[in-house]
Design a binder for this molecule. Sequence first.
Ligand code: ATP
Length: 310
Amino acid sequence: MIKVRNLSKFYGEKLAIDRLNFELKEGEIVGLLGLNGAGKTTTIRILTGYLMATDGLCELNGLNTFEHPLDVKKKIGYLPETPPLYPELTVIEYLTFAARIKQISEEDLSSELNRVLGLTDLNQVKEKVIETLSLGFRKRVGIAQAILGNPEIIIMDEPISGLDPKQIVEIRNLIHGLKEKHTILLSSHILPEVYKTCNRFLFLHKGRLVYQCDRQELEREMENLSGLEVTLSGKSRSETEIYLNGIASKSGATLKFVGEDSVGSTFLVNTSSERKFKEELYSGISSSGILPEFIRKQDVTLEQIFMNKV
Ligand code: ATP
């Protein structure tokens, strides 16, 4: 559906994206992941026809996006990182305005507005002025604007950044609902947030596509990289470290001291068998005088993936 070949963009002397190659197939939901400055927004602006590339090719269903930017814009719904909302308008006024810009006919206008208000669950706030809405609701208004006219492809730049955990779940559910009918590309700099949403992942680092994989492969990768954060109390840091080193050597784990506070000493444990490590830890702990305070799985970060792939 979208084909990108050797796509590069210079801003003056600055190379923002460097010979990118990837594809999006119909019905996929793809995460474009990268740290700040990786080139995600630049890539998205080029795909959506808002920015010219310096070099390379970008096609939408065989249509060259640089030669046919207006046709491309009709087929893509775009949610920029900061949606261009008019804060003084009500939700319905803004969406009516956006629908007219997208040339949705007066005949279809009201049914289309009802459709997107329903999909984004905005009916309850449709008469409210946008500036009075929470960030989560404003993102939904941006998504409603993006899906007006039922475009084949939806591209969202950081749709969940800045949201609280409850809002993240709501927007994630909304995106899940959209994937039945649309091909979706969304960008993010936070791996755990998009991990559950997408079925394929593109990893962008300093303008280069350093890794791409499907969900199963990423799951394996994350399993290998994820660690356990272990907080123990009852003994000094050095005694705890000696004890934990003994456990680690028996279970093939490696250990890193993280810090010490009023609760206890915290270590990061990397192991290929969490179960074995936990069994060893618990089997000897009652006679050691050491108390387990917390054992929690650590989220894998983008930085860990890049360190492994670059
Ligand atoms: P963020 O999440 O911080 O927005 P990003 O992954 O979206 O990051 P881009 O905004 O695409 O990254 O930026 C890629 C690189 O290009 C960065 O080094 C950035 O400083 C640079 N850049 C972006 N826009 C411009 C511009 N208009 N002029 C010059 N350099 C730019």
